[in-house]
Design a protein. Structure first.
Ligand code: FAD
Length: 291
């Protein structure tokens, strides 16, 4: 068995100071290097022998990737950490589900080192930042050489540990639109213990007009190969008068839409059952906050 405390493989280590230098280094290594942000996923994978890059391109010395701009809407540099998100009062108030996701990340050490960019680029269906960011309609901006593209985060994930990033592409920014007035949101996560990845997580964003749910976005983590938008459940609430029986119907619908698996964290059966409760709680919380 591999001793996961030891980083035994050899690799080169470069520290660019600009975005341009970083993408040039990646081109020089022909995509056989890895960008490193906080290293909390990458170094674990390398210690386990699951990643063997020729070089690590450390992003942490690039100030142009570390910012959080409120303008309205958010522009988040990829090196922004969970801790910075958690401590931002504006995000707590206007993007409550994102605040709650950052708060739900296991430990102060991981929150301090772990970045939003790394969380998304790792491509895990359990990534805590993905459900709220997708529910808020985030887009991600990426650069390769002199080419640049921006895509909806909802389309970014392609399978467990897989994303649309090419081997040479650098994610630089996460853009989140301003929520409409009377919008409330919530993120609810269940882990085996508080310091663990999610068995199931859900983010709900609701726009309210008096007693009606004008719009609803619902995205779940750890219940499919990618963070999953449950559109059937959204449709049950959208445009309707908000009532307890509709919330119940939406939470039952979710268990039809998700495709969980058995793994070390939970069983597919339990994930389906507990999803109903988590979704109900998240809808009710988001609704109450949408004032
Ligand atoms: C003990 C422990 C607890 C954890 N708990 C949680 C948790 O509660 N919730 C959760 O969601 N995650 C958790 N994680 C996973 C991890 O901490 C997070 O996913 C974190 O956000 C990763 O960010 P990072 O900056 O450390 O990424 P890194 O490890 O630096 O990078 C992750 C991957 O993304 C790539 N990458 C990074 N930045 C870029 C970029 N800008 N462009 C292109 N590719 C890039 C890297 O090459 C690598 O493949 C935990 C991990 C550990 C070890």
């Amino acid at each position: 068995m591999i001793n996961s405390h030891i980083l035994s493989q050899e690799f080169e280590f470069v520290e660019p100071h600009t975005i341009g230098e970083a993408v040039k280094w990646m081109a020089a290594y022909r995509g056989n290097a890895k960008f490193m942000a906080g290293g909390t996923d990458l170094l674990v994978r390398m210690k386990m022998g699951r990643a063997r890059p020729e070089a690590i391109i450390n992003l942490s010395k690039i100030p142009a990737l570390r910012y959080l701009i409120i303008e309205p809407g958010l522009r988040i540099g990829v090196l922004t950490t969970f801790r910075q998100i958690e401590r931002n009062g504006f995000i707590q108030k206007r993007y409550t589900a994102l605040h709650e996701a950052a708060k739900a990340v296991t430990s102060i050490q991981i929150k301090t080192m772990g970045t939003l960019g790394g969380n998304l680029c790792h491509g895990s269906p359990a990534a805590d930042s993905a459900p709220p960011l997708i529910a808020f309609g985030a887009e991600v901006r990426m650069i390769e050489g002199d080419k640049e593209r921006t895509i909806p985060l909802e389309a970014f994930f392609s399978g467990p540990g897989q994303t649309l990033l090419t081997r040479k592409e650098l994610m630089v920014e996460i853009q989140v639109p301003e929520p409409k007035a009377n919008t409330g949101s919530a993120f609810v996560k269940l882990g085996r213990v508080s310091a663990d990845l999610a068995k199931v997580s859900v983010a709900v964003v609701i726009e309210r007009e008096e007693d009606f749910c004008r719009d609803c976005k619902m995205v779940m983590g750890s219940v499919a190969e990618i963070p999953l938008r449950t559109k059937g459940a959204e449709r049950i609430l959208m445009g309707r008068k908000f009532k307890e029986d509709l919330v119940e119907k939406a939470s039952l619908q979710v268990s039809e839409e998700i495709k969980p698996i058995n793994d070390m964290r939970s069983t597919a059966w339990y994930r389906k059952e507990v999803s109903k409760i988590l979704v109900r709680d998240a809808i009710n919380l988001a609704w109450k906050r949408a004032v």
